[in-house]
Design a binder for this molecule. Sequence first.
Ligand SMILES: [Zn+2]
Length: 222
Amino acid sequence: MSIRRKSKTKPNGKKAPAEEKKHYMEPEYTKVRVMDFDLKDLVALPTKEIDLNEWLASNTTTFFNLINLQYSTISEFCTGDTCQAMTACNTIYYWYDERGKKTKCTAPQYVDLVMTFVQKLVTDEDIFPTKYGKDFPNSFESLVKKVCRYLFHVLAHIYWAHFKETVALELQGHLNTLFAHFIVFVREFNLVEPKETCIMDDLSEVLCAPLPPHTHNHVTER
Ligand SMILES: [Zn+2]
């Protein structure tokens, strides 16, 4: 059923709990979404009145908050024991410190480093200015790309290692909607390299397609 070789992804020989199967690809889950409308309209720069950088800043900040919240729902299951590395599909993500030194860390440590890094950026007035007329720095676009790449790693890890728990909490609709919205956004503005997001392309393809009318999703969770 799975062609994945766990020995390659887990040097310690332990198998990650969700590694046998991509539960998140099952149709019963992929059809569950909170919203069903054209995400492309939602991510496009609304009018010429809005500056592109402001649009990127406000969306990036929103995704940071939503992904942080989504991760917090399963964070008690994401421990140094259950997730000894930051895995998603065949990939292990390593953290690179400010000096570019590669460090291996557990998934919760990695997510904590991501969230601390992003929090610091989005609350820095010199990088994400909120006051009218204040300029964005030259490095703004590259920083937004970095943030989006990190946030993608967190979403991919939630799917790969914590989808069962997300389903148990009945939050898969929120996760799918958040993921689809995020993917359409980063594609629209070329914020994350396709070689980075390709590990989740199978899911992106299913979720970013509009639902056929007869399966229209009525949300019952209130
Ligand atoms: Zn985890």
